[in-house]
Design a protein around this ligand. Structure first.
Ligand SMILES: O=C(O)CCC(=O)C(=O)O
Ligand SMILES: [Fe+2]
Length: 721
């Protein structure tokens, strides 16, 4: 967000610029609208935030459509100059070429000028492109609509964001919450960005039809999929040609490139942009890697479906299209021979030509690649080819050699990164454990990682029983706290109880006051132990904690393959494909230390495990049991998950700590305040670093009558919804 400063300074100027744009009826700067929306959001001016965020989305969509239209309208501009290129010789050739480009550019500029303001035609920053590419505007909109009480709109924004960010656990929780709201119907959960991704729906229907052996429908779906994919490619390519771009910078200013070198660099960068559409269109929202060989693979499927459906002519035509990508593919050639033999002398069938669209597509792509590889070899241009089918003879041998060497180096570097991984949390595991009876059961070495620990003996059996009892009592008490379906899996129920909620139950007599106090106190105990063991240089504040149980849903366990808690990192959004972890809102980025204090072992499954950043390779496992405290730094060095709980109920106190005071858990403080107001000592005392140390007393036997308790105003917090 800090990158989104408006280009023209003060707010009033920006606002008035936009309103005069609106009067002109032209499309204005969507990045400026977005900036105003985000700023209103942080100022909690929800109406205004919704207005500007929606405007920015709509303006961007119109702009993309306008560019495509202008490209189509101007496709023929100046083409009479092109004909001269074939006939003219000598020094006039380049002038005709420049003239042709000039005509095209003029046509496009004029076309855009009729629909878009001059500022709206300028390129937006990479940060804005990233925001829209990851659908972050819908993240802001979700919360904005929630604040405005527009639950259906919020649900749709949540869904739209989630489709592109499927590992975002908080948004998943939000969607679950919207689903439980009576006023939100199923069709509210629409993906608002579906249109430019509709080839995926068709793709999936085609696969579905195949699975059902419904070959007629599969043929229709695959044909449709190929066509829509080609259209999406055109839409994407149009954006390269028509949107303004900055001239490629001289990498070396002394080289003194002239106008021709600049022109070459610019047109090569346009070609590279157009080529990159292959990857963009083949990448599902929310995924990082494209489907490899997307178009040829669709043709393979289409061919099989046509054959199965008895459409030999169609199958033959599709094979010929496929051979344009892979001219010497032995499977395709073999099939072609087979068809020829069985079709006999039916001339019409034998001559089934490849699809015109595919043949145009392949030819154009080959021409572009030739130019690009020329640039790579001779002009220091860098280009990464998105296709697997590129024939070898298009790539100069010298390049192929360099690539092989680079690939090798990259592989080595990746291995090194894995080994040299460090944790920037500031923790330094290995400090003393200041409690009698507590032992270090596993450390960094035995847990195969950085800043991880397992301490045993933190709770007595009686304490574990009391806490489990508390979980059961709170479940029985109802009042909004019913075991609900887990946000992570449909095969388990999930119950969570915070200290404040336990206190309020105790005030109405539904749970024991002493148990509510115990819940608070064992959290403090865990905090002290971990603060000391991890030698935290700063204070550790509670960020959030709850008593949480996961129960297997009987009759739903057969052949289960999912996890109780999918692999994740607590303070960032893990992207296993790239091994990156995005420390960005609204992940709980302020969490520094995570802990689980386990209460029981009488269940099946439910094992905790750490993985590498690939989210696959398990590096250590921890089996829960009463009094076992697992602590680890919340950052990217510690991806983790929980295996399926297939029978029984698994309970733990989950705790997250932060080093930043302003992120401390206000709810917990509220509970402490209520206890203090009732004349009970708060079970903590301030230490010099601002943190809290546990007191020895486990007081609080007195039952408070329901009538006397003060009602606590509690709002849904941003991280809860
Ligand atoms: O329950 C556990 O063992 C781990 C839970 C967890 O990773 C989480 O809630 O973030
Ligand atoms: Fe976690």
């Amino acid at each position: 967000v800090p990158l989104l400063f408006p280009p023209d300074g003060p707010r009033s100027a920006a606002g008035s610029r936009l309103s005069s744009d609106a009067q002109s009826g032209l499309l204005s700067q969507y990045d400026l609208q977005y900036y105003l929306g985000v700023r209103a959001y942080f100022q909690e001016e929800w109406e205004k935030a919704a207005e500007y965020l929606e405007k920015s989305i709509a303006t961007r969509q119109s702009l993309l459509r306008t560019r495509r239209r202008c490209r189509d309208e101007c496709a023929a501009a100046g083409s009479d100059r092109l004909h001269r290129l074939d006939t003219e010789t000598g020094s006039m050739w380049d002038l005709w070429a420049l003239d042709w480009i000039q005509r095209q550019a003029e046509c496009i500029r004029f076309c855009l000028g009729r629909a878009v303001t001059p500022a709206g035609q300028l390129p937006v920053s990479a940060a804005i492109e990233y925001e829209f590419g990851t659908r972050n505007p819908y993240n802001f909109l979700q919360f904005t609509y929630y604040q405005l009480g527009k639950a259906s709109k919020a649900a749709s924004a949540a869904q739209t964001f989630f489709v592109a960010n499927p590992s975002h656990l908080e948004m998943r929780n939000n969607i679950e919450k919207y689903r439980r709201m009576g006023e939100v119907t199923d069709d509210a959960f629409t993906d608002r960005e579906r249109e430019p991704e509709r080839h995926w729906d068709i793709h999936d229907s085609a696969l579905h039809a195949e699975a059902l052996s419904d070959w007629e429908r599969a043929v229709e779906n695959w044909k449709d999929c190929v066509n829509v994919t080609l259209q999406q490619l055109e839409d994407c390519r149009a954006q390269c040609v028509v949107s303004s771009r900055t001239l490629p910078e001289n990498s070396d200013s002394n080289r003194g490139d002239g106008v021709y070198e600049k022109a070459a660099a610019l047109s090569l960068s346009l070609l590279a942009c157009q080529q990159s559409c292959v990857s963009l269109v083949a990448t599902r929202p929310g995924r990082v890697s494209p489907h490899e060989d997307f178009l040829p693979t669709q043709l393979e499927h289409l061919h099989t479906a046509q054959f199965k459906a008895g459409d030999l002519r169609g199958a033959m035509q599709t094979l010929r299209s496929l051979l344009l990508f892979y001219p010497s593919d032995p499977g395709a050639l073999g099939n072609l021979r087979l068809y020829s033999a069985s079709l006999g002398r039916d001339a019409e069938l034998q001559n089934a030509a490849p699809s015109l669209e595919i043949s145009r597509y392949v030819n154009r792509s080959l021409l572009e690649k030739k130019l690009l590889y020329f640039g790579v070899e001779n002009l220091d241009f860098s280009f990464s080819d998105p296709d697997l089918w590129t024939p070898e003879d298009i790539v100069p041998e010298s390049l192929r050699k360099t690539w092989r060497a680079e690939k090798e180096m990259l592989r080595e570097r990746l291995n090194e990164d894995e080994r040299e991984e460090t944790d920037d949390s500031g923790f330094y595991a290995g400090g003393p454990v200041p409690q009698v009876g507590v032992t270090i059961a596993m450390d960094d070495r035995s847990l195969n990682g950085t800043n991880r620990v397992v301490l045993d003996g933190v709770l007595s059996q009686a304490e574990c029983d009391a806490m489990q009892q508390l979980a059961s009592a709170a479940t029985l008490a109802g009042d909004g706290y019913k075991g609900r379906q887990s946000p992570h899996t449909p095969h388990e129920k999930f119950e969570g109880l915070t200290v404040l909620r336990a206190l309020k139950f105790s005030q109405t007599g539904m749970v024991n006051q002493s148990d509510a106090r115990l819940l608070h106190e064992v959290g403090e105990r865990a905090r002290t132990l971990l603060h000391s063991y991890f030698r935290s240089p700063s204070a550790l504040f509670f960020s959030f904690s709850h008593l949480v149980c996961r129960s297997a849903v009987a009759g739903h366990q057969e052949g289960r393959l999912d996890l109780s808690h999918p692999v994740h990192v607590d303070n960032c959004i893990l992207e296993p494909e790239t091994r990156q972890c995005w420390r960005e809102a609204p992940a709980f980025t302020h969490r520094d230390l995570s802990a689980l204090l386990y209460l029981n072992e009488d269940f099946e499954g439910g094992e905790f495990f750490f993985t590498n950043k690939d989210a696959k390779t398990v590096t250590a496992r921890v089996k829960p049991k009463c009094g076992r405290l697992l602590g680890f730094s919340s950052g990217p060095v510690n991806p983790h998950g929980v295996t399926a709980v297939t029978s029984g109920r698994r309970c733990a106190l989950a705790l997250w700590f932060t080093k930043e005071k302003h992120h401390r858990d206000m709810e917990r403080e509220e509970a402490e305040g209520l206890w203090a107001a009732d004349g009970q000592s708060v079970v903590k005392e301030k230490t010099k670093d601002g943190g809290a140390a546990p007191a020895s007393s486990r007081s609080g036997r007195r039952q408070v009558s329901a009538g006397r308790s003060k009602e606590v105003k509690r709002e849904i917090r941003r991280d809860e919804l």
